[in-house]
Design a protein around this ligand. Sequence first.
Ligand code: NAD
Length: 288
Amino acid sequence: MSVIYDRVALIGLGLIAGSMAHAMREAGLAREITGYARSAATRETAREIGLCDMVCDSAAEAVAGADLVVLAVPVGVMGTVAAEIAPHLAAGATVTDVGSVKQAVIAAVQPHIPAGVHFVPGHPLAGTEHSGPRSGFASLFRNRWWLLTPLPDSDAGAVDRLGRLITAMGAKMDRMEPAHHDLVLAVTSHAPHLIAYTMVGVADHLSRVADEEVIQYSAAGFRDFTRIAASDPTMWRDVFLHNKEATLDILGRFTEELFMLQRAIRMGDGPQLYDYFTRTRAIRRGII
Ligand code: NAD
């Protein structure tokens, strides 16, 4: 595989940035990788494990001379970080982000991007419940979608080059309009996370079932909920605060359907339950 960027700066050194560093190194996609995270302890760990060629003590130092800058911080601080690095970006550089929400991140970052620097927002649909500099691994993106949500004036060459990096890391690249991205992700990721948090919360509040019983007798469904509900609280707080409209829309529809099923159970309406589950099974079989 050949070098795609000379110098890549990773801002935020957690699961996603760490996985990018491993994947880029494994395939030789960047000549040099610099990194910065706000917490001194994270920077120290990143140095210890040799995550980047150089871990810098300021974002300004990390982005100096970089031809690709990746914002891999929680959605709620993307704008602050963009403002911090803006005066230090090299002319012709590309800035991308990996935030799980697109419209709010674009609104926060775009105003800080100087003329002559390209902003290409993106979102890898890959993750685990782990976070921090030790959690990344090279194969995280393999065969997973990585959505780019370019702006109408995004430079075509910058989008293509970033797309080449994404596919060289093993991901499948697609483009989507930012508002549509936020709605699709509210259905496929954000609302399901909230439901998982709620299920685990419910189990915790049930005084008639002991915690040990929940763990000991937990069936696959509940185990999956606990894994999802173990995801990083900062990241998920920010996702819900910044994809408010779409998440509330989907949760409203979810609540209506849940009430409908609740009523069917109460009324002993077997045919309605059967029809509903037959429909959902057909959807699953249609997508797999
Ligand atoms: P993480 O918690 O593992 O890492 C976040 C990093 O950002 C940490 O190194 C932290 O020190 C750093 N940071 C926080 N505030 C900062 C600031 N103001 N300046 C500089 N560094 C700062 O998180 P992650 O899972 O890698 O998520 C990063 C981004 O990727 C988020 O926007 C998230 O929405 C998105 N994302 C996450 C997943 C997932 O499943 N974890 C999947 C796709 C996209």
